[in-house]
Design a protein around this ligand. Sequence first.
Ligand code: MG
Length: 390
Amino acid sequence: MPSTKHIVILGSTGSIGRQALDVISAMPSRFVVDGLVANRNVKLLLEQARAFSVASIALLDVEGNRDARRDVEIQAADVGCRTFWGDEGVEELVKGSGAEMVISALVGFAGLKPTLAAIRGGKDIALANKETLVAAGALVTRAVRECHVRLLPVDSEHSALFQCLEGERSDEVKRLILTASGGPFRDATVAQLKSVSVADALSHPTWSMGRKITIDSATLMNKGLEIIEAHWLFGVGVDKIDVVLHPQSVVHSLVEFVDGSVKAQLGMPDMRLPILYALCYPERVENSRIPEMNLLEHSPLTFQPPDASRFHCLRLAKEALQSGGTMPAVMNAANEVAVERFLSGKIGFMGIPDIVEKTMARHNVTAVEPELEEIHHADGWARECATQIS
Ligand code: MG
């Protein structure tokens, strides 16, 4: 019998968090959920705490939950659960828990600090929060090495690359090829892109995901962030990471080797598969929640190049990685602000890459390998800057 693994989930009420709990609920003898962290969805967090008999919960948004605070604590205590609040409370929960693994699935830059706390607390990380590696790749990968923990990708493309690279030598890798669905506007003209609505951008053709990542998929910034993520996860230069559009989202990514051989990982477009792989690594384990794949239903599988003239975010992400230092953090922050502004109807769709580009142009990179404080400062500066650009 495999031993039981104790887990903490950062971002349990979001799309990845809910799917992780779904996977775990199908294998109750293998996993114990020790702690759950959410930003503000109190109702669902308490439901999850009850269903999984969780020892501790934490809410990041102290201000937004001010009125509910006492009530939340009473309800949690009724089911034998401790409640923590804010950044420091989350860190206390993570470090104090006996969990071996933390699933990092908060949205955006907010995931960085608790993920670093988990690494420094000696926990293996199942990483769904790509912004953590984008904003602070050097810092995070250094902490992973120093603390001797595993960093396992949950992002479907990176899980695919990770699986293709298992047992291979890094000096025999020629190229990483990330696949992208192309989002809902894959074939839209520039004129059409200028006038797309929020609802259009939120309707992704193949994946069901949270709002921020769905917009990032429509602008292809998601793939830009994933190039940076792949660079830090696998130590491969940006010149050796390519992107190919693959509308069916069945081939999750590929690795080309020096002898001309290409390995790919295929599966249904369902995040529960990479979540399961990260949770059980290095084992492969059956799970009733994972849908079976029938290749015949997905034919034909097609591939096409991305059009850089319509989707500027791919280029911006590569430039940010090449500039290095604080630039990827600035790009990420500007993108988070721009996506929020688009979702609230303040700017058009093409305003997103425009704001990111203008913010990057105004930033001077200083430190080559910035510390957390410098990254925070750059993030704050970029948010301010991106808010003001009209
Ligand atoms: Mg992905």
